[in-house]
Every structure is written in C-alpha cells, then in structure tokens.
Design a protein around this ligand. Structure first.
Ligand SMILES: O=C(O)CCC(=O)C(=O)O
Length: 221
C-alpha cells in the first residue's frame, strides 16, 4: 500500500485555497479513488478502537459515550489531552505511517501524532470544538485525511458564537470532505474558528478521518 501512495503524481491534483477572516484552509483530493478504496478497506479490516473510559467524552463535567469510534497513534511517549480525557498514542500501524509519510511528501511536515475517527454512518458525528489544546504546536497546520462517505465539515468563527451584542456576523464556512481528500487547517484557523462534523441522517456509508498533528516538544515524554 505504501508503494501505491509513493506512486501518486503530485501534479495530478490542485490545491484549493479557502480564505476568510482568520481562516486559512487548503483542500485537495490527492488520493485517487482506487487507492482510497484500498486504504479504507484495509483500515476497516485492521484498526481497533478505544473502549471504556477512552471511548467517552466530558462536556461541562458530564461524561457521555463518544458519538463515533476513536483511536490515536504516534511517536513513542506522546499523549494527547482534550475534552477531559488523555489518550495515549499507540505505535504507528504501517498503513497509517505510510499516510504520515505521504503528508511529508505533500507538505514537508513530519507529523508525530494522529487521531483517527470512524463514523459508521451519518448518525455518528463530532460536536463544535477547536483543536487548540496546549499539547499541540500551534505553528503547524492540522492535516485531515478523509476516506469513505463524503461529509460536510462546518467551521464557525469564535466571534460568531458570542452572545448577541458582541456577536460578529461572520458567515459559516462549509467544506465537503471527499473520499481521498486532504484538508489543511493552517494557523490561526484553529485558534479562531470552531469546527464540527454534524449528523447527516441520510448518509448510510462509513467514513474514517485521520487528523495528523504536531505536538509541542514538552509533551513528548
Ligand atoms: O472527522 C472529521 O473530519 C473531523 C475531525 C475533527 O474535527 C478532529 O479530529 O478534531
């Protein structure tokens, strides 16, 4: 599989820039459909997801089951704390590592951590949040690789969420994340914009998303 990713012609697709106030995104579909299909199938067959406490989320002190499945991989010693839980980075599976290496070829960034989210159908979702935890190095983009069912990814500026007198009329930005796509969220997007993957009841197919991240050096124990 790694060889298939290595063979992708970097001139065979184009990056689309999406700009708004404080928002800087780059979107492309660099992974051709046959390769994306194989990647999805292999990930479906090989990945196991967190269970127990690591399959829960804390919101305003209350604990809920995650409305999706999740697992994390990364370089030795890395942990990631978000929404009240700390997840350990499991050792890189070869296929996920080959995607990390593909991103290095694409953008010259060597990511050291990835959070994998599996949405079994359109009922599974992710609520509005920012990936601005202190564990993350804010100088690097987060790179989101999507495989499987196409889903809208919705971004909302933090000033558009404020109570009325302080609220700014900044429109939402929606990006449809396709099979084999890569979305780069460049700084300061993550600081200033919330993002979510809302439910879409009519979507029956599964989707796997991998968000590659660069950790602060202090978090590598
Ligand atoms: O599945 C997606 O595209 C969203 C993932 C996400 O928001 C995250 O990992 O923080």
């Amino acid at each position: 599989m790694a060889e298939c990713l290595e063979k992708i012609d970097l001139n065979s697709f184009t990056w689309r820039k999406i700009r708004e106030i404080d928002l800087d995104l780059e979107y492309a579909v660099p992974i051709p459909k046959p390769i994306a299909n194989t990647l999805l199938k292999e990930l479906e067959e090989t990945l196991c997801y967190f269970t127990g406490d690591l399959a829960q989320i804390k919101v305003f002190g209350k604990v809920y089951p995650l409305p999706r499945q999740q697992v994390a991989f990364g370089d030795p010693g890395i942990t990631y704390t978000y929404s009240g839980i700390t997840v350990p980075a499991l050792p890189w599976p070869p296929l996920v590592l080959s995607l990390r290496d593909f991103l290095y070829k694409l953008k010259g960034i060597k990511y050291d951590f990835v959070l994998v989210n599996k949405y079994k159908n359109g009922n599974d979702h992710m609520g509005e949040h920012r990936d601005n935890e202190p564990d993350l190095d804010p100088n690097f983009p987060i790179a989101s690789v999507s495989l499987g069912a196409e889903r809208p990814f919705v971004l909302k500026h933090r000033d558009a969420r404020k109570p009325k007198p302080f609220r700014k009329a900044i429109p939402k930005v929606t990006v449809i994340l396709g099979h084999g796509s890569v979305l780069l969220m460049n700084p300061p997007t993550n600081e200033k914009w919330y993002h979510s993957l809302p439910t879409r009841k009519k979507i029956l197919g599964a989707r796997i998303n991998l968000t590659f991240r660069k950790m602060c050096v202090k978090n590598v124990r």
